[in-house]
Design a protein around this ligand. Structure first.
Ligand SMILES: [Zn+2]
Length: 61
């Protein structure tokens, strides 16, 4: 049971499909972890175009 990151939105999930993009383009080769609690007021969420709270990878290969 390893976590994977969506190669499109960088959302980290344990599912076989990204719950946000509905894509199965997930990678277990990611680095960095960003936890967004308040996307409205988070500078890094703006930079990464994150609109929902959750766990995100900084880089997905
Ligand atoms: Zn996604």
């Amino acid at each position: 049971m390893s976590k994977k990151a969506c190669s499109s939105c960088h959302f980290i999930t344990r599912e076989s499909m990204c719950p946000k993009c509905k894509t199965s383009a997930l990678s277990d080769d990611f680095s960095g972890l960003v936890i967004v609690f308040d996307p409205e007021n988070s500078a890094i969420a703006k930079v990464m175009s994150i609109k929902e709270k959750g766990h995100y990878a900084l880089k997905v290969r």
